[in-house]
Design a binder for this molecule. Structure first.
Ligand code: HEM
Ligand code: HEM
Length: 309
């Protein structure tokens, strides 16, 4: 989600709530004979309201997982999540009078701080990274798709090499046609005309030598292991140099086919970028979600224990 105009009302409301709470807190802290404390009536109100905001924030996860709870618009929930989740931190600091207290309350406060900071980090990422990546596609399905797309690219490259050199390339794997994926939607652009019409280039045995050698020493190792940074083809500039060199060694009739191979390598690089982006966009959630759940659970314990004793 982008932090756009639609957040204005939440921003204003949050500033008002924060301003009013700060005013109440200052007056209460000055008036309290023993300083502010979580157990005083106003301290308790801060605790309950802050905890309420935390529960609201936590319900975002429940809303996503329990279909009958899909009340209201997802975007509205998300906006509430960001702003109320953020407000929970100052309110809970007011609740405890800025004391961290014993081990239990110290852990709670740190959990809250990390959850809120990780949330802010994630919100900033989502604001700046490409819109299409907002979709929460599970990492496993990204990997499944990647494998299929990579198989497809390798098959296409092998087809081109076979056209150039006669049947020579490692036999292509069977690959599904027309894989429409999140990845392609995410800026992964097909640049080559697809569909394998067999072309005969009429190259002599000697003319195919540089192509065979390039395939065996650079292209095939790269397509088998596209994330290997050592490979020249994993980097645009170095790949460009490799292909320029190859073009100088083969007759011009083969140049369009070489350009297709070059585009296949570019698509591989785009896939690698896509996975990296996806990982960056979601890895923080591995902190945010479990920590927030532990936080909510421990908060319930804290409230019960603190009120009982
Ligand atoms: C319904 C919600 C809550 C209730 C009823 C509640 C109740 C209390 C009570 C009665 C105290 C005073 C006990 C004492 O001084 O030892 C207290 C202190 C405190 N609470 Fe809460 N609390 C709630 C939520 C939270 C949450 C969500 C957090 C943090 C994430 C939190 C953090 C603290 C801290 C740091 C203190 C100060 C401990 C100290 O000064 O020694 N509380 N709370
Ligand atoms: C106590 C406070 C918070 C709690 C308990 C909490 C809890 C959660 C949970 C459980 C999810 C997972 C939802 C899902 O399953 O998809 C989530 C996602 C998220 N949270 Fe929080 N959160 C809190 C505060 C914040 C804050 C302060 C921010 C940012 C300012 C934030 C930003 C986000 C974002 C961007 C997501 C990802 C939503 C998505 O892409 O689907 N959170 N949070």
């Amino acid at each position: 989600m982008r932090i756009d105009e639609s957040h204005r009302i939440w921003l204003i409301a949050s500033i008002l709530i924060l301003g009013a709470s700060t005013a109440v807190y200052v007056l209460y802290a000055l008036a309290a004979p023993h300083g502010p404390s979580g157990g005083s009536p106003i301290g308790l109100i801060f605790g309950i309201v802050g905890f309420g905001f935390m529960i609201y924030a936590g319900l975002l996860g429940a809303r996503k997982r329990v279909p009958i709870w899909r009340l209201g618009r997802a975007q509205g929930w998300m906006r509430g999540h960001l702003w109320l989740g953020l407000l929970a931190l100052p309110l809970i600091l007011f609740h405890g009078g800025f004391h961290f207290g014993g081990p239990m309350t110290t852990i709670l406060l740190w959990l809250l701080i990390i959850t809120v900071l990780s949330g802010v980090y994630g919100a900033i990422l989502q604001h700046y990274l490409p819109r299409v990546m907002f979709e929460r596609v599970p990492m496993e399905s990204i990997y499944d798709e990647i494998e299929r797309l990579r198989g497809q690219l390798k098959g296409e490259a092998q087809g081109i090499i076979d056209d150039l050199c006669g049947t020579f390339a490692e036999s292509a794997e069977a690959v599904p046609v027309g894989v429409e994926s999140e990845l392609r939607a995410g800026g992964f652009t097909a640049m080559r005309p697809r569909g394998g019409v067999a072309v005969t280039y009429g190259l002599s045995e000697q003319e195919t030598e540089p192509i065979k050698s390039f395939y065996q020493t650079e292209l095939l190792p790269y397509l088998n292991n596209p994330t290997d940074k050592e490979s020249r083809l994993s980097d645009y500039t170095r790949a460009n140099a490799s292909f320029t060199k190859l073009r100088m060694l083969v007759p011009p009739t083969a140049h369009p086919a070489i350009a297709n191979l070059e585009n296949i390598c570019e698509e591989e690089r785009q896939l690698t970028r896509q996975v990296r982006l996806h990982r960056i966009l979601h890895v923080w959630l591995l902190f945010h979600i479990p920590l927030s759940l532990v936080l909510l659970l421990l908060s319930v314990f804290h409230a019960i224990i603190a009120l009982r004793y």
